[in-house]
Each structure stands twice: as C-alpha cells, then as structure tokens.
Write a protein that binds this ligand. Structure first.
Ligand code: F6P
Length: 506
C-alpha cells in the first residue's frame, strides 16, 4: 500500500500538533486574472506550485506568495487573504504585493537573471546587477514581515521554497529563533566552481544556513552544496550525518526527491471527461490520420531543451523519411519570464525553427510540428498525456521534472514511452524511461525511433515499472518525510538522525 493523503494528515497531526504550517514561495498556487471582463482563477504551470498544492490541500495552513494576477487584489480580504481552491477551500493564501521595480529587480533580476542560469549550467551566462541584489534583499524582507505577521505569537513550521527566498530563513530566525525553518531548493545546486562566481555567494549561503533543514532533490546537489560551503565559509561539515554547523547553528541537509499526486492524476485521467477531451483534441489538431503522437509540455525556458527536441524530430525525419505523414510532435508551453531578453530570443528562435522544419517537410494536409499556443485546461493536459505515444522531457538540466512523473501517473492504460534527459533529477529514479542526451542530436533521433518502434509488450512492462515507482514515491510521502524531519527537530531529536533513515528516499 502506498503512502496516502490520509497518512500525511496523520503525520502532520503527530508531528506538528498545534503548530501552524506556513509555506512561503514566490509563485502563488492560484492566480486571479480578468479576461473579457470576468475574473478567472487559474493554476500556474511551475513544478513547485503543482507539487505543493495537494500537500497544502491535505494539511491546511497558510501559503504566503506574491500576488501576480491582475485581479488578485480584487478577491482578497483586508488581510490580503483568500481561501483556496475556490471549489474546495482548504487553506489560506496570503498574497503580498510587489511594485514593478521590485518585480524587475528581485524576480526577473537576481532570481532569474543571476541565480537561475547560475544553478542550471545551460550555457546562459548569469548577470549580476547591483540594483537587482538590492531589490532581492528588500523583497526577502517584505516576505519576512508577511510571514511573521501571519505567525503572530504562535509556534510555527515555516517551509520556504526555492531560490527567490535565500535570505528569508536568516531574516526569520534573527527575529524569531524559536521558529522551525526549512527550505526546499527546487532547482539544481551546481558545483562549487560554478557557484563561486556569484558575487553574493556568502550572503546566499549564510541565508540558507539559517534553516534547520535544507532539502534538495538529489544527493548530488547536497554534495555540491557541501563543497560550496566548505570553500566559502568557516563551517563544520559532517558528511556522515549530512549536517553543517555554522556560527553555532546546525542545518540538516537532505535529499527529498519531489513527486506528484499519483492517485489523483491516475483517477482523473481515467474519466469520461478526459476521454471526451481526447476526442476533441484529435479533431482540433487533425490527429486522426497519425500513427504516433510525440509530445512535450514545458514552460518556454532555455533549460528545457525545447530547441534540441525540435532538432531531434528534424533529424529523425531526415533519417527515417518513411515516417513522414505518420507522426506529429506537439509542443505545449506557456510563455515564461518574457520580459527577459533571453526568453524573448528563445521564443523567437523556437518559432523560426518550427517554421523552417515544417516548411521543409509539410505536405498539403500534414505538418510535423504543432505548437499549441492556446491555454490548456488541466483536463486537456491529461488528455494529451493519454494521447501521446511518446512524452519527451529533454531538459539540459533540471532539478527533478514533474512532467515526467505526471505523464507516468496519467497512463492508466499502461502504455506510452518516456524519453527522458539524463540531466534531470527524475532520471535517477526512473530507470525504465529511455534516457537521452539532448545535446546529441543523432542519438536523440535514434531514441525517438527506438521509442516509436518499441513493441507493445515492452512498453507495457516499462510503464508498469515506472508507475509502481511514482505510486510509491508520491507527493504525500515526500511531504510526510520532510514533516517527520520537522517533527524530530521539534522534539529535540535533531542529533538522533541517522543517514539510514533517509536512505529509502535517495
Ligand atoms: O520546478 C519548480 C520551478 O522550476 C521553480 O523553481 C520556478 O520558480 C518555477 O518552477 C517556474 O518558474 P516561475 O515561477 O518563474 O514561473
């Protein structure tokens, strides 16, 4: 029996007792926007919020995040609170507001022009701009004020998310040393040689070392973090116990590979609603004459290897002309961080390359590459997962990659092949995927062929094995493991932690 939502609720009750659970992230789990005069609520596509929303729905508590929607202010109460999700209010979303300058300096600037490329090593040069850092500091302070306001006089477990908020743990601990603060790092941590170019390396590390627990997806990122600290700060690093003591404070560093809500995704994929959507998408995108549908779903980001996969399709068709007219590659993806030049350029380049390849191969009634530009509902996404013969995840570097696990969870028919970049955290857990190196276009084309031609029995064997892994290591187990660590700290068991205890999740 896999670990369920109920098991998580039990763990939370045992470990947190009366303590308030506060999640803090830059991105909010629900965004309100005005479209055609009406307020709509939607869910952003990022991995962190997708993974954490089911946890908060199960546990309750407060989620503090930046209110980025143009109707966000209209729907909150005087305390900037709104209960979410609307159809089943389960937890409080506390929105904080940023000015355009703050968003530019803190979010687009230090977070996504500096830390994001620095940590992903996808050959996009990080830019460090002094004023970006100033905004990064002041916005982290803004988050600290909001969190402390929410906590009031209560005891709390504050669970900080991601690279936007590296200074927050220290700011919180300075004002409330009694809080238990944990941080989860959703992206890779690079090796120390890479990280040392960051002019604010020391400040970032000191911020993170105020945490009681610091989580990464995989052990390799923990090791990189240890090396970075060792070369930068005076700290005692205990690689046996996976802990760092800095200025008298201990931070436990652990690998917690994030996951998805397997059961809900499986159940929802197996509904008449999704089957109806499958039929509608076949009509909308003229897919009925195809033998094989290949698809990808990403934010349009240079770390995701979208251009590489389009080039892979091109090479595949060049090497295997007999598949012309029989396959199509569908790429879905929301635009992301479009105010940054690299993202604008990437989007333009993707459009140009798609145009070039479609021009090269298209016939009167067939184009090999379909870019889906409209917003897709969650039902549509599940329908596409179900329609695809192959799901391609070709990230140049990725902390985990949630799409890979969502695809697996949705394949209740035990069919479909996952083509997965070796450079994702997910690759460490999913050995029955077909691994690819997105930088190697010839190999990429060969792997597409291998996936297309894989016998049904082999596809089934692999998918059953993949599903068993994701079912077992689901999002509730992930959260339950971290919250158990919180609980041990709370109960003063910090020193009793052994490497053994986390081994099953590595
Ligand atoms: O996988 C999680 C994540 O990559 C975050 O690290 C990132 O913040 C998010 O998804 C998506 O980016 P954004 O919040 O900028 O839309």
């Amino acid at each position: 029996m896999s670990y369920t939502k109920k098991d998580l609720q039990k763990t939370v009750k045992e470990m947190l007792g009366d303590r308030l659970l506060v999640i803090v992230s830059n991105r909010e789990p629900y965004v309100h926007t005005i479209r055609e005069g009406k307020i709509e609520c939607s869910r952003p596509t990022g991995g962190a919020v997708t993974a954490l929303d089911p946890v908060m729905r199960a546990c309750g508590g407060i989620w503090v995040a930046y209110g980025s929607g143009n109707a966000d202010k209209k729907v909150v109460d005087k305390k900037n609170h709104i209960m979410v999700p609307t159809e089943d209010p389960s937890y409080t979303l506390r929105r904080i507001w940023l000015t355009k300058e703050e968003e530019a300096g803190y979010y687009l600037g230090f977070s996504n022009r500096a830390l994001w490329p620095l940590c992903h090593i996808a050959y996009t040069r990080p830019e460090f701009i002094g004023s970006d850092w100033d905004y990064y500091v002041s916005v982290n302070e803004k988050f600290a004020d909001a969190v402390l306001e929410e906590v009031g006089k209560k005891q709390a477990f504050v669970w900080v998310q991601d690279y936007h908020l590296t200074l927050l743990p220290k700011m919180l601990k300075e004002r409330r040393p009694d809080l238990i603060v944990s941080h989860f790092w959703h992206i890779p941590w690079p090796n120390s040689e890479v990280f040392r170019i960051c002019p604010k390396e020391k400040e970032v590390l000191e911020g993170l070392l105020a945490n009681d627990i610091l989580g990464f997806h995989i052990r390799y990122h923990c090791e990189n973090f240890f090396d970075t600290v060792e070369k930068t700060l005076e700290a005692r690093i205990d690689r046996e116990r996976y802990s760092i003591i800095h200025q008298g404070h201990e931070t436990l560093v652990r690998a917690f590979p994030i996951s998805v809500d397997y059961n809900t995704l499986s159940e929802r994929s197996d509904t008449p609603e999704v089957e109806k959507a499958m039929g509608e998408l076949i009509d909308e995108y003229s897919l009925s004459n195809l033998d094989h549908l290949i698809f990808g779903l990403d934010r349009i980001d240079y770390t995701k290897g979208i251009l590489e996969r389009i080039r892979g399709i091109d090479k595949f068709l060049e090497n295997n002309p007999e598949y012309k007219g029989k396959i199509a590659f569908i790429q879905m993806g929301d635009l992301s961080r479009i105010h940054l030049q690299q993202y604008k350029d990437l989007n333009d380049e993707i459009n140009a390359v798609v145009e070039e390849i479609n021009w090269k191969y298209s016939t009167e009634d067939w184009e090999p590459i379909i870019m889906v530009r409209r917003h897709l509902s969650f039902t549509d996404i599940l329908a596409f997962y179900r329609l695809a013969k192959i799901c391609v995840v070709s990230s140049l570097h990725d902390g985990m990659n949630i799409v890979a696990k969502e695809f697996i969870s949705s394949r209740v028919d035990e069919d479909g092949v996952l083509l997965l970049s070796k450079f994702t955290g997910a690759a460490r857990e999913l050995p029955d995927a077909i691994y690819i190196n997105p930088y190697d276009v010839d190999e990429f084309a060969d792997k597409i062929k291998e996936a297309i031609e894989m016998p049904k029995a082999e596809r089934k064997r692999r998918m059953i094995a993949l599903r068993a892994i994701v079912e077992d290591r689901n999002i509730y187990k992930w959260a339950g493991t971290i919250i158990s660590e919180f609980g041990k700290l709370q109960n003063g068991h910090k020193n009793s932690h052994s490497k053994q205890e986390t081994k099953h999740l590595q």
